[in-house]
Design a protein around this ligand. Structure first.
Ligand code: SF4
Ligand SMILES: [Zn+2]
Ligand SMILES: [Zn+2]
Length: 309
């Protein structure tokens, strides 16, 4: 099968039938991400974007794409990494992330759960046995990244979440009855800095994997030892099995998620609430981070810069 340039095709998009060689495929991913950036006003001329880098394929691919787009679009980039304190896993990822950032000429800042919250993920798991590792880790990571982006003076915080991640999160919110979070999935939500942006939110996960492989990005393949403890793995398999039988189903579902998120955001009257404990924006009352850190007893609660306690 041939690519549109006449070269040998290396990848076929089942949902569109398009076949592309490696370089044309890589360029199509960069153009897709650029279109998403423009469509939602994710990164503007003169702004600084902090790219969350974990050492995995999505985040390193994102750093490469954002670095390539930054000069033509006139925004600056910084990289931020969070060390959760997962023995034997995060050290390798940190090594890969810092080497890649150095090669790309991008400054990397590393913040840790222990430095920010006074506890590593493993210590938190020993104290708080009722919640899954990913529930604790995800809550703390969102806050840690927010703080890292603020400290970097960033206008936006870019994460490597792809279309599959967005669909999984939507279904998990529905399954767990956490429908209040659906409004936050609107790409236009949270206009105050650092805005959360997901430049890969319209790209299939398997396309990001192929982009990373075809452009030679050295990503970490070792999964986190806690991977698979939550419901996300089952939701991922369910969506992949549907897509396998009905090519394009993920794209169609993404359109529905966008519409529902827009409606939910318009109906959410709690959007402007601020947590009395830390000063960060939340959906009302004490935020999930303060609630979790309170249960852990020995942890610090970092306040929003400029907010005293
Ligand atoms: S798999 Fe879960 S515990 Fe591991 S890094 Fe991801 S969110 Fe954290
Ligand atoms: Zn080609
Ligand atoms: Zn709080």
């Amino acid at each position: 099968m041939s690519c549109r340039c006449g070269g040998m095709a290396a990848y076929t998009r089942r949902y569109s039938g398009q076949s592309l060689c490696g370089p044309c495929f890589a360029s199509s991913i960069e153009k897709k991400a650029a279109r998403t950036l423009s469509r939602y006003g994710m990164a503007r001329r003169g702004e600084t974007v902090a790219v969350a880098v974990s050492g995995g394929k999505d985040s390193l691919a994102l750093l490469q794409v954002m670095s390539r787009l930054s000069s033509s679009r006139g925004f600056g980039i910084r990289a931020v990494t969070i060390d959760e304190g997962i023995p034997g896993y995060r050290d390798e990822a940190l090594d890969i992330a810092s080497r890649f950032c150095r090669d790309m000429g991008v400054r990397l800042d590393v913040l840790s759960y222990s430095g920010l919250f006074g506890t590593t993920l493993e210590e938190a798991l020993d104290t708080e046995g009722r919640q899954t590792s990913c529930a604790i880790c995800g809550t703390l990571r969102r806050r840690a990244l927010d703080i890292a982006a603020r400290e970097a003076g960033a206008d936006a915080l870019a994460t490597g979440h792809n279309l599959d991640d967005v669909l999984q999160t939507f279904l998990i919110n529905v399954i767990s009855g956490d429908t209040g979070r659906i409004g936050w999935m609107d790409p236009g939500a949270r206009p105050d800095p650092p805005r959360r942006i997901k430049p890969f939110c319209e790209i299939y996960e398997e396309e990001i994997v192929f982009y990373a492989l075809t452009t030679g990005i050295p990503f970490q393949t070792e999964p986190c030892p806690h991977m698979g403890e939550g419901v996300r793995t089952e939701v991922r398999e369910f969506l992949n099995s549907l897509e396998g039988r009905h090519a394009g189903m993920k794209n169609a579902m993404y359109g529905s998620v966008l519409r529902l998120a827009g409606m939910a955001r318009g109906a959410d009257t709690r959007e402007g609430a601020v947590c009395p404990g830390c000063g960060f924006r939340c959906t009302g009352g004490t935020c999930s981070v303060c609630g979790m850190l309170g249960q852990l007893g020995n942890a610090n609660i970092p306040t929003r810069p400029g907010i005293g306690r």
